[in-house]
Design a protein around this ligand. Structure first.
Ligand code: KIV
Length: 277
């Protein structure tokens, strides 16, 4: 049986200076591909609101949405760690509701960990989830659920005050017991400093290569989503164009009667058809 990546592996990889690899995933067949390619963890991010459901931001994503997609990803993950994102308002109302929602990700979605956006202001919720024996990933820097307060998707931590708060939040999250922290859209020098100052791995997205690992939204890195392409994205494939070309080929062949060909058809004893009318 394949050995599952665990939360302890995350900490060990940081100690061994081995980079961690994370991608988002939202469905079974994609999860199977990423899992067999050897990705360490798959995140069912609330980014699914944008790349899967077509919303302008992540705020409309519900706990049920995340659970629905987490179930599918979990079925396709025999090796990778499965991390479910806690969506907007699922951990803001009360500690009790937070534990219930995090618990649903584990019990119903078969996730192995959850991720929450924020630092000091949500530290009581992070502590409570960890006390309930659910591993937690923190998320600092650009936190897309705060898009309306931040006034857009912007780089965070450029001023002294912001940088100081980010480092303080990272330390608080580490003390609370998170096993990794996502740093999103954080300038390289600050991400490097935070990565050096804490013992839990940092997973960067738009935060440079000094982080202990990297995460990307898979539609971005495979060239499948063009509504918004952040500067930090590297396209490892242009599947969008490949998919469009394939679909155009299908349309053309169907119109021309070239598909399906003989090899795609089932045969039978045609004498059976005699007199059936
Ligand atoms: O929702 C998401 O996909 C995320 C990653 C971008 C880190 O939070």
């Amino acid at each position: 049986m394949t050995k599952k990546v665990t939360v302890s592996d995350f900490i060990e990889k940081k100690q061994d200076n081995e980079k961690l690899t994370v991608l988002t995933a939202y469905d079974y067949s994609t999860a199977k591909l990423f899992d067999s390619a050897g990705i360490d963890a798959m995140l069912i991010g609330d980014s699914l609101g944008m790349v899967m459901l077509g919303y302008d931001n992540t705020l409309q994503v519900s706990v049920d949405d995340i659970i629905h997609h987490t179930k599918a990803v979990s079925r396709g993950a025999s090796r990778s760690l499965v991390i479910a994102d806690m969506p907007f308002l699922s951990y803001h109302i009360s500690v009790e509701e937070t534990i219930r929602n995090a618990g649903r990700m584990i019990q119903e979605g078969s996730a192995e960990a959850v991720k929450l956006e924020g630092g000091q202001e949500i530290i009581d919720k992070v502590e409570a989830i960890i006390k309930a024996q659910i591993p937690v990933v923190g998320h600092l820097g650009l936190t897309p659920q705060s898009v309306n307060v931040a006034g857009g998707f912007k780089v965070q931590g450029k001023s002294k005050e912001e940088a100081k708060k980010l480092l303080k939040d990272a330390r608080l999250l580490e003390k609370a017991g998170v096993f990794a922290i996502v740093l999103e859209c954080v300038p390289y020098p600050l991400a490097k400093l935070v990565s050096e100052k804490i013992n839990v791995p940092t997973i960067g997205i738009g935060a440079g290569n000094a982080c202990d690992g990297q995460v990307l939204v898979y539609q971005d890195m495979l060239g499948m989503y063009s509504d918004m392409v952040p500067k930090f994205v590297k396209k490892y494939a242009d599947l969008g164009t490949q998919i469009q070309d394939a679909v155009k080929g299908y349309i053309e062949e169907v119109k021309q009667g070239e598909f399906p060909a003989k090899e795609h058809c089932f045969s039978m004893d045609e004498s059976i058809l005699e007199d059936i009318e």
